[in-house]
Each structure stands twice: as C-alpha cells, then as structure tokens.
Design a protein around this ligand. Structure first.
Ligand SMILES: [Zn+2]
Length: 103
C-alpha cells in the first residue's frame, strides 16, 4: 500500500529542497516518485515551435523519490513515517506520532 498519496502535504527530508513543505501533485508508483508542489524545480528551455512562437524558460517541478519525503500528519502536523492500521476492514494510514488514523 502506498504511504504517500496525491493531495498529501509532505516535507522534504533530503536534497536541495530539504525542509520544504508542499502538496503532492502526482504519484508515480512504478518509479516510486512523487511530484511535489514547489519542490525540485527544474528549468526547461523551450524552443520556439509552430504553435508556440515565444521562446522562453519554463520552470516546473520534477519528481523526487518517495523516500525523500515525509507525510505531514493532518491531525498533529508533524512530518512522520506512517504505519498501517486496519479498522472495520479498511486499511488506513496511521501517524506514528499521535496515533491518528486517516485514509
Ligand atoms: Zn499525527
């Protein structure tokens, strides 16, 4: 089961963006990577094309490895590793800090 999901708030724990907090925009389960809003910004030089006449520089997020982020618990606000809890037949994620469970 995936511990990090789209829409989670995460804190980056390593790399150039260590300490940054952002929302998960996309999850790439195959590559174990996540795209986090405002994190790991790369600059792309856009060449002019037929449809886009304006050459320019595009800044956009690039995915980072899921091991480099911690999910911020929606209950206690602490970046934490998540455990798994089962309640009423459903698998939930569990905060190791405060014990709160959430989907
Ligand atoms: Zn918590």
């Amino acid at each position: 089961m995936r511990k990090v999901r789209k829409g989670d708030r995460v804190k980056v724990t390593s790399g150039d963006d260590r300490g940054k907090i952002g929302k998960v925009l996309q999850v790439f389960p195959d590559r174990e990577r996540v795209l986090v809003e405002g994190v790991n910004i790369v600059t792309k030089h856009q060449r002019p094309t037929q449809t886009m006449r304006e050459p320019g520089i595009i800044k956009r997020e690039a995915p980072i490895h899921v091991s480099n982020v911690k999910v911020i618990c929606p209950e206690c606000g602490v970046p934490t590793r998540l455990g798994v809890a089962v309640a009423e037949g459903q698998k939930l994620r569990k905060c190791r800090q405060c014990g709160a469970t959430f989907a």
